[in-house]
Design a protein around this ligand. Structure first.
Ligand code: FDA
Length: 308
């Protein structure tokens, strides 16, 4: 129950102030976030690539309410993609985008603005020789995100989707998205959702995850199995064998700083493992979701606060 309570508390400006200014946060943030600037992210990409890992880079930010900020995020991605290409890293790293950081929530024009900004990033990715995946945020954004995905895919068919097994609607979305060539990242879902739209019990989220995996592997999609849960990883490997998929016909994905030994173990076994690597100054929302996912992280954080 700690997770939902923490996600709710994270909306409070007071909690945000305490967490953002605590030196204890900084040390734990460093475990999950590569740094604040592009050179930090590039150094982390090089280190991960040297371990045989693939990477998807997230320039941290979300819930933007100003056009100028959305455009600054777009420009940061485009500049990052140029540097990835210049430094020969585009074969190892793609980028992940949150449409809410690109203006999706702006009244009236938000969808159009996010699409234009995402399109500019896709053009940068195409020039660099890499790909883009659209993160999925809370359930209120799913229709808008999927329609922006469809618009982008008409020019850039390699744009990846993210779907969350926690949402009731996702099994239908997965059937729509599971066609050949479609890159689909399956996650459990990190947002606090009302019980009218989402499974509440973890066992139900896990069962839905398995059903979605089965569809993605059975149809021609390129599954991106984003989970630290060993049961889901083993299930993906079983389904790949069942459907005669080679190691280049799907990939496993984990977040930076989580289960790193397992990441290396999968690479040693010859599998594709991609690490989701966030960087940037706006780490609060991302960090609070990582705390909420695992009570042990909260315990570590609180012990640090008390020890001070
Ligand atoms: P589960 O939560 O059951 O955890 C399984 C095990 O993994 C735990 O027992 C623990 O050992 C370990 N673990 C999980 N989380 C941990 C943490 N924070 N710290 C330490 N250990 C942890 N969500 C979303 O809503 N939209 C999105 O776009 C994305 N994008 C995304 C990309 C990638 C590559 C990944 C891996 C995940 C996401 N997520 C996401 C987050 C996702 O929805 C989910 O919240 C987390 O992955 C945790 O769920 P698991 O599948 O790992 O299982």
């Amino acid at each position: 129950m700690l997770g939902p309570a923490l996600l709710a508390a994270s909306r409070s400006p007071r909690v945000r102030h305490v967490v953002s200014t605590s030196p204890v946060s900084r040390s734990l943030v460093d475990r999950f976030v590569a740094g604040e600037a592009a050179p930090d992210a590039l150094a982390a990409v090089r280190a991960l690539a040297a371990r045989g890992l693939l990477v998807t880079i997230d320039h941290l930010g979300e819930d933007t309410t100003e056009r100028a900020q959305a455009e600054a995020t777009r420009d940061a991605y485009v500049a990052l993609l140029v540097r990835l290409a210049d430094e020969g890293l585009a074969g190892s790293a793609e980028v992940s985008l949150k449409l809410s950081a690109l203006g999706q929530a702006l009244p009236g024009e938000g969808g159009r603005l996010a699409l234009d900004n995402a399109r500019a990033i896709c053009e940068g990715a195409a020039a660099a020789g890499t790909t883009v995946t659209l993160d999925m945020e809370d359930h209120t954004t799913v229709d808008s995100t999927l329609s922006i995905l469809a618009a982008l895919r008409s020019d850039f068919p390699w744009v990846g989707a993210v779907v969350q097994s926690a949402l009731f609607r996702t099994e239908a979305d997965v059937r729509d998205l599971a066609h050949p060539g479609s890159r689909v990242r399956l996650v459990k879902g990190a947002y606090r959702e009302p019980r009218t739209v989402a499974h509440v019990r973890k066992a139900e989220v896990d069962e839905a995850y398995r059903r979605c995996l089965a569809v993605l592997f059975a149809e021609g999609a390129y599954p991106m199995v984003a989970s630290h849960d060993q049961t889901m990883i083993d299930e993906a490997i079983r389904l790949a064998a069942l459907h005669g998929r080679g190691e280049d016909a799907y990939e496993l994905q984990m977040l930076y700083g989580i289960r790193t030994a397992e990441q290396d173990r999968q690479v040693a076994a010859g599998r594709r493992m991609r690490v989701y690597l966030p960087y940037g100054q706006d780490w609060y929302g991302y960090f609070m979701r990582r705390l909420a996912e695992r009570p042990a992280n909260v315990g570590f954080f609180l012990r640090g606060l008390i020890a001070r």
